[in-house]
Design a protein around this ligand. Structure first.
Ligand code: AMP
Ligand code: MG
Length: 407
């Protein structure tokens, strides 16, 4: 099979992938969740004309010339409206959030008044409507304020509460099973024997998936045997996960058994070689399931950098699509290249690059050693710098395109 362009591979991952069903959560649980329906205001805010300040509610005509002395006929505070009407020559004491009494059209702040018993003298004129927040200036009942597909921010929850929703319909979170493979891997904190290394990539993949709103099931590390890998694939199936993310065992060596094990479980392979660096042996396919949508199987290489770049490029968009978000793909941003680069070959390059703010925007400088096993430079990098296949040589100072981490 020839190398598949990144865009085509991603299109295959996303094809026929519908958002998961909806569920209801309380506002307290809704941060970061994706709205499954448009949210229509159930009330008007503010529900009536209210005062923006502490002061006196009155008729602006009465203070056209100042000083002007008016009779105070009552008091209004937030939550305690005033039943009476403010007539000509009268005022009502009012506090922030108090409903503007009938008859009044303006609020004068208390700092511009002198109070003496039931009289108040206003020292300065004010335009009609001053310090009044009119009913509905924030939003009106029936308005669509938050759209289906929106990942709810903290401010959105404030708004949804004000719209009078105690619960929200949101898309179900995708469930991802993370499976490592390799006889050489031991857990962090262990004591590696000769030839052993520490399992590391799964921790980044798990955190990445969680940050994208997924629930993660940890399937541990399989030995490099068809039996062990197969048993863990079946676990993922039984757990009804939406995505099985494997790392390692993805190329064509004798010990690279992931694809074989998946095929034994009925994998419908979409591709397994992408014109991508790092990450060429990246694989995707689907396992059909009775009564459920297909389980995606995404096999990323074991090298930590490759695994992360592949998950960033393919798992994140897949999770976004499953989560019901319309903005599925990471958007490349412009930056300025920090050093010269040679021409590129037939594979798209996603170079790990540091980011710093320069006078004309972000400067992205690819780290010196782009080996796909190096975790220290990956941790230092702030973005991936995209080099299209066959890109010509580029000079420091040229424009370039980057994908910032944390998308
Ligand atoms: P593989 O894709 O299994 O051929 O692995 C490629 C390289 O990545 C090998 O050097 C592995 O030891 C290493 N590797 C595989 N899985 C992991 C992992 N989970 N954490 C860290 N390194 C790994
Ligand atoms: Mg391996």
């Amino acid at each position: 099979m020839a190398l598949m362009p990144v865009a085509e591979a991603l299109a295959r991952v996303l094809a026929d992938t519908a958002p998961l069903g909806a569920e209801e959560v309380t506002l307290g649980e809704a941060a970061g969740r994706v709205l499954a329906e448009d949210l229509i205001a159930l009330r008007t805010q503010p529900p009536a004309d209210v005062s923006a300040m502490d002061g006196y509610a009155l008729q602006a005509d009465d203070i056209a010339t100042t000083p002007a002395t008016l009779t105070v006929i009552g008091e209004v505070a937030a939550g305690h409206p005033f039943a009476g009407r403010v007539e000509k020559g009268q005022a009502a004491r009012i506090f922030t959030g108090g409903v503007l009494p009938d008859g009044a059209d303006t609020v004068v702040i208390q700092e511009l008044t002198r109070r003496d018993g039931d009289k108040v003298t206003v020292e300065k004129t004010a335009a009609k409507g001053r310090n009044v927040r009119y009913g509905g200036i924030d939003f009106k009942q029936g308005a669509v304020l938050l759209k289906k597909g929106r990942a709810l921010t903290d401010r959105d929850l404030m708004l949804a509460a004000a719209m009078n929703y105690p619960r929200l319909g949101v898309c179900r979170r995708p469930v991802v099973a993370v499976l490592g493979t390799g006889d050489e891997l031991i857990m962090p904190g262990g004591d590696p024997r000769p030839g052993q290394i520490v399992y590391s990539n799964g921790f980044a993949l798990t955190a990445l998936a969680r940050a994208a709103g997924a629930e993660v099931i940890d399937l541990g590390v399989a030995r490099d045997t068809l039996e062990d890998i197969g048993a863990r694939i079946r676990k993922a199936r039984e757990a009804k996960v939406d995505v099985l993310l494997t790392s390692g065992g993805a190329s064509v060596g004798d010990h690279d058994l992931v694809q074989k094990a998946l095929k034994a479980e009925g994998l419908d392979l979409s591709f397994w070689r992408v014109a991508l660096r790092p990450g060429r042996p990246m694989m995707h396919g689907r396992l059909t399931r009775d009564g459920l949508g297909a389980m995606h199987a995404l096999g990323v290489p074991g090298n930590p950098v490759s695994s992360y770049v592949c998950a960033f490029l393919f798992l994140l968009p897949l999770l976004r699509k499953l989560s019901g978000r319309p903005d599925v793909e990471p958007q490349a941003e412009p930056a300025i290249l920090g050093r010269d680069l040679p021409p590129n070959d037939e594979r798209a390059d996603y170079l790990r690059a540091t980011l710093e703010m320069g006078p004309d925007g972000f400067i992205a400088t690819p780290v010196e050693n782009q080996d796909s096993s190096l975790m220290a430079p990956l941790a230092q990098a702030g973005c991936l710098l995209i080099r299209e296949p066959h890109a010509p040589a580029a000079k420091a100072g040229n424009r370039c395109r980057i994908l910032k981490f944390g998308f």
